[in-house]
Ligand binder design. Sequence first.
Ligand code: ADP
Ligand code: MG
Length: 399
Amino acid sequence: MSEWQQSWTDAAGIRSVRGLFRDAFGAEPHGVWASPGRVNLIGEHTDYNGGLCLPVALPHRTYVAMARRTDRRARLTTGLEDGRTWSGDLKEIAPGSVDDWVAYCGGPAWALRQAGVDVPGFDVAISSCVPLGAGLSSSAAVECAVGLALTHLAGCRRDRDDTGRAWLADVCVRAENEVAGAPTGGMDQAASLRAQAGHALLLDCLDGSVEQIPFGLEAAGLELLVIDTQASHSLADGQYGARRASCDAAARELSVATLREVTDVDAALARLDDEVVRRRVRHVVTEIARVTEFVAAAGIGDWTRAGQLMNASHRSLRDDYEVSCVELDVAVGAALDAGALGARMTGGGFGGSAIALVRSSSADAVARGVRQAAAARGLAAPVVHRATPSAAGECLIEP
Ligand code: ADP
Ligand code: MG
């Protein structure tokens, strides 16, 4: 069996989502849009602390085929599992009225209406090759693809410049927070809508500003691997909220608006009584500094240093923030043993994915190594992807 899992080509995604649309609604869609999942290079659990993070958009995308309706109804269908459909009035898509996948897929309709967009009735089909619940942000991919489609059909082309894309990303964050009820920060939607191919996106979560960081792995003879451990992170929702709550409490205790303002970590730690809160703060503050250092190291092609920073990030997430798990630790350890320059868990944690920065010549050995290590521990076989830094969401077939 191949060690590698491929993403879909756009042609395959379009074929899949159009077929789904035709089967569900017996008609042709008016247009097709796509938006990617993301993987974060470094800067984990920093977004909701006003910090820095550095995601890249994946070649894995969620495809949406949509048609405008003449009434105010919505019909949703997804290729998830055996396929599911939902239909109702547009007004029914609101916080507390829909849950599960309908909240993620329909949520942007509510958030756009809140933002003053006259959202038309619509039929939508959704087809995706972004692994679900793997920490690669299938949730933002679906929100952003639906958000792009709905704004387009509403005649509001805010996707033509970064300012408009930042606005749409915020709308999609609101959908995720308020309709799906997931208290996530802004990194995922920013990556899905604002990333550029061949670049990592340096996102300053304090003001939402971004910088495109050239990330020319190929020229450096390197690859970024994503190791999906297959360990589900969905049970960890309460843990995510708990980490956020401790950061907010620590910020109050330190009289700062966000932990981003903490510059002297030792002085801040000395002012905190609780040992656990101290470790949470230490992770956040040192992790933000690692992002800046990683960008500098990547800028001068010092990949050894970049790898070391990834390793330090993993240790901090494992020991101080306590969001790793055995599957992630095994994958990271095995990747390093097999010659990776650096490896770390990525995403929220408690399962999901790890990343490894590897020389192209050792990519196969690393993929094999992580699979063998998981097997030796009786863990599920990880699925390994190559993460070429890819483009943000876009319209693929104009309505
Ligand atoms: P992640 O974003 O890391 O993949 P989340 O738990 O944040 O994991 O989001 C996963 C949820 O997003 C799924 O349980 C589902 O409700 C929704 N979702 C993602 N992709 C799709 C899709 N293609 N079709 C329908 N719902 C989806
Ligand atoms: Mg998500």
